[in-house]
Design a protein. Structure first.
Length: 291
């Protein structure tokens, strides 16, 4: 087996497929045809003489061989990116850091950290993208993001069970709130009990975020929206209720009332990474200071 002849483009395509979980999604992200992505994967599989992907009806999963190749491919591509920065004569803390963040972190934490970095490290470029915690964990493994701000809920399990383990630092633990229409029966209570949440229509984001965790009934989800503004506008229209991370409580539109629930449900916010370059460590420090 000789991996020295493998083109870098094939490794980047494989990296994208590993993150996206499907050939078609990787093709869209890269601007390729699906057949072109399939050819690159097939070429890699011929070199390693083993399947890299387990193809399923709803996407693909990495095989054991695929996990090994992804780990090393990510290191190779990261080193090449670091070499490009160094050869460009940039200072150690300059360059580009790819930051991923789960949706509600974009309300206050990420913009605040970015504003601070623009003042303190003007030679540093931070590109960002949002996503679910699960998709961003895959992106960290595929090394298509360098650092990610992620959410975890009790009992706070590990982010995944792969090795090496992701490095994490807790940024904050926040109360989980409820957003209801201003005319809703629950709107004007100081506190409500979890039992009061039974029987209402919910507005959720995929895959089910927005419904109160552990609610002991089969809930009715009437609307699904990933965007927080869309969810809150649906609440304002009277279409249902939804959970709300504490930092977004000050951003709710007219017609929405924020209610506290007597519960131990909290959301833990962590920053995670596999390996930290000097520029990425500056980003992590900024997030810690702003949390």
């Amino acid at each position: 087996m000789d991996l020295t002849a493998v083109p870098l483009v094939a490794l980047r395509v494989f990296q994208e497929v590993a993150e996206r979980g499907s050939l078609s999604a990787a093709a869209v992200a890269l601007g390729y045809t699906q057949s072109a992505v399939s050819r690159q994967i097939a070429a890699l599989e011929r070199v390693v003489r083993a399947p890299l992907l387990d193809r399923q009806r709803d996407g693909v999963q990495l095989t054991d061989t695929g996990h090994v190749l992804l780990r090393h491919a990510g290191l190779v591509l990261a080193q090449l990116d670091a070499a490009s920065r160094e050869l460009s004569g940039l200072p150690a803390t300059a360059g580009t850091v790819r930051l991923g963040w789960f949706t509600s972190a974009g309300g206050t934490l990420v913009p605040s950290a970015l504003a601070s970095l623009r003042r303190s490290h003007p030679a540093l470029t931070v590109t960002t993208r949002d996503g679910t915690t699960a998709s961003l964990v895959r992106a960290l493994r595929a090394r298509t993001v360098d650092v990610a701000v992620l959410a975890s809920e009790p009992p706070f399990p590990p982010l995944d069970d792969e090795t090496p383990a992701l490095r994490t630092k807790v940024l904050d633990e926040r109360e989980l709130l409820l957003a209801v229409p201003s005319t809703h029966p629950l709107a004007h209570k100081d506190f409500i009990e979890v039992a009061d949440l039974r029987g209402w229509a919910w507005i959720a984001g995929p895959p089910g975020f927005g419904v109160w965790p552990g609610l002991d009934e089969r809930v009715t989800v009437t609307h699904v929206a990933r965007d927080w503004l869309a969810k809150l506008q649906l609440v304002a229209s009277g279409a249902g209720i939804t959970t709300l991370p504490e930092p977004l409580a000050t951003l709710v539109p007219h017609g929405v009332q924020v209610v506290r629930v007597r519960s131990l449900e909290r959301q833990r916010i962590v920053v995670a990474w596999l390996n930290l370059s000097e520029p990425a460590s500056v980003v992590v420090d900024a997030l810690v200071l702003r949390a």
